[in-house]
Design a protein. Structure first.
Length: 187
């Protein structure tokens, strides 16, 4: 099994849509990622293969608000974040804390104003497979999942696709530069 990349490795982020709130119990649940769905990232198309999160689920994964390390909503180590892989994807069940960030998340969920879910990850050596411009993720070094307020979710809807393309242009440029530098060093 491939080892997870160190924390200093480049962290990638992807966003998805499904989130449900249970206000009385201060919980939200849904899917942080789904298997087989194609994400068009501009220069390539990406999918996540079943089992890609398996190795990472033994680590301490954080639940954050908008990828902000200062706004921790839960973590697997304490049991306030529960993650599982099923046939559909990476499901989560998160107990929301009574903090300002937690109250904000619940208020936005109640109004149906949340953008969805996202996750921060890296790819260990051997954790991806390329076929032309299609990238299949087979092993994911999951670091965190995030409840996102403004980012649109996975680009399956027209409105999400427009905002996703605008928000990810800088990330796409960085990826192209990294790929160009890698090709330069390999020659």
């Amino acid at each position: 099994m491939a080892a997870l990349a160190p924390l200093s490795a480049a962290i990638e982020r992807r966003a998805f849509t499904e989130i449900r709130a249970n206000y009385g119990a201060r919980r939200i649940e849904g899917y942080a990622a789904t298997f087989g769905a194609e994400a068009d990232l501009g220069s390539f198309v990406e999918t996540i293969e079943p089992g890609a999160f398996r190795a990472a689920l033994t680590g301490d994964i954080l639940a954050l608000y908008d990828h902000d390390m200062g706004k921790v909503l839960g973590r697997t180590r304490s049991g306030t974040l529960r993650l599982a892989e099923d046939s559909r994807g990476l499901s989560f069940d998160l107990s929301i804390p009574d903090t300002q960030a937690g109250r904000d998340v619940l208020a936005l969920a109640e109004r149906d104003d949340l953008g969805g879910m996202s996750f921060g990850f890296n790819i260990p050596d051997g954790g991806e497979r390329w076929e032309g411009r299609k990238r299949s993720l087979t092993t994911i070094g999951l670091r965190e999942i995030s409840v996102v307020s403004a980012w649109p979710a996975y680009p399956d809807t027209e409105i999400a696709l427009r905002a996703f393309q605008n928000g990810c242009e800088a990330a796409r440029r960085r990826r192209v530069l990294i790929l160009a530098e890698t090709a330069q060093w390999d020659s």
